[in-house]
Design a binder for this molecule. Structure first.
Ligand SMILES: *Cc1c(COP(=O)(O)O)cnc(C)c1O
Length: 356
């Protein structure tokens, strides 16, 4: 038998979660965000499951080319824009759409050979303070885009810093509205959190990412309560057990010390599979059909779980690290991170199983 760990990707759940996004924003079109190898789920696999989307959003130029080569005719947008002249001209030839967030990109675009044409998402910095033109510059940049024959459709774009948090979106929406006053062009602002919580941000195109993968963008609201289904299930098995006496420690650094007699299950999953090394004692794991807790430091290929009160658990018992029966958001919270980071960190050695 091969090492028993694998990631199962539930394709029907991906399609279902796209439906949840649509139900929240019935009048908007959807850019399915599949950057970073579709948040670790596999670019082409996710694109196929999400083929009902009106468009795709990626960061990597090569990913956009792969989507076109695979025959997807939808809009494909580069979320950080193009990085050099080759990407610009080849992108235009492949009918990609590009985010335009800087004066440097604008100058490159203005040098586009005649005959080429590229759709543009004009990115406005409404408070995230990462990418985008300052609100005061927008009218001028928009005019320059309008003048240039190489520019196709222009869409106005911004990104929220705290749509999942206490500050919300109103402060950024106001800045955005002031910046684009009088400009009649389609708009795109909403990430997953804004899609779910703020209908006033939906406009013409929404850009859901994390919710498509079945994770909640909100710390205080579960994915289940939002009607989302988990897409990735990272599962393995107990490959050995051992017993502890009071005072015994587990694993590197002796991070866990037993205070009583205990039984420990050793699970074939470690940080070389993408499980977070910084997950502390007590991180939830599903052992068989009930939740249990990790003990000790996660090592490269193994981690340990407390099965003291679980006599039925032993060699070969199935363990779900996250996914079906053990929400990834709970694991991420215990490990002091977010589901995005866990999903993206899956490593190449993991076998992936597609589930229809
Ligand atoms: C990643 C990304 C999104 C999707 O965000 P989620 O929180 O995953 O929904 C939307 N827009 C931009 C510009 C992004 O970079």
């Amino acid at each position: 038998m091969p090492r028993p760990i694998s990631a199962t990707i539930n394709l029907a759940a991906l399609a279902h979660n796209l439906g949840v996004a649509r139900a929240h924003a019935p009048h908007a079109k959807v850019f399915a965000v599949i950057k970073a190898n579709a948040y670790g789920h596999g670019l082409l696999r996710a694109a196929a499951a999400l083929r009902a989307a009106d468009g795709y959003a990626v960061v990597e130029f090569e990913a956009a080319l792969q989507l076109r080569a695979a025959g997807y005719a939808q809009r494909i947008v580069l979320l950080e824009g193009f990085f050099d002249r080759r990407e610009l001209t080849e992108g235009a030839a492949r009918r990609l759409a590009t985010v335009m967030h800087s004066e440097e990109q604008l100058r490159l675009l203005e040098g586009l050979p005649s005959g080429s044409r590229l759709d543009v998402l004009l990115k406005i910095n409404s408070g995230m303070n990462r990418l985008g033109f300052a609100p005061e510059a927008v009218a001028d940049v928009y005019a320059r885009l309008q003048e240039h024959p190489g520019v196709g459709k222009v869409t106005l774009m911004s990104h929220f810093a705290d749509a999942d948090g206490a500050r919300g979106v109103d402060w950024q929406l106001q800045t955005f509205e002031r910046a684009v006053a009088g400009i009649a062009a389609p708009r795109t602002l909403a990430n997953s959190a804004a899609t779910l919580r703020y209908p006033a941000t939906h406009f013409d195109w929404i850009r859901p990412g994390i919710m498509l993968y079945g994770s909640s963008p909100f710390a205080e609201q579960s994915a289940v309560s939002l009607g989302l289904q988990p897409v990735m299930t990272l599962a393995s098995q107990i490959i050995s057990t051992c017993t502890l006496k009071p005072g015994d420690t587990v694993g590197y650094g002796g991070l866990f010390r037993a205070e009583k007699n205990m039984r420990i299950g050793i699970v074939a999953c470690g940080y070389a599979d993408g499980y977070p090394r910084h997950a502390p004692n007590g991180t939830p794991v599903l052992v068989g059909d009930r939740l249990a807790r990790t003990v000790g430091r996660v090592s490269m290929d193994m981690l340990c779980v407390d099965i003291t009160d679980r006599p039925e658990a032993g060699l070969g018992t199935r363990v779900v690290l996250w996914g079906e029966g053990n929400p990834i958001d709970d694991v991420a919270q215990a490990a002091g991170t977010v589901s995005y980071e866990l999903l993206c960190a899956l490593t190449a050695r993991l076998p992936v199983i597609e589930q229809d």
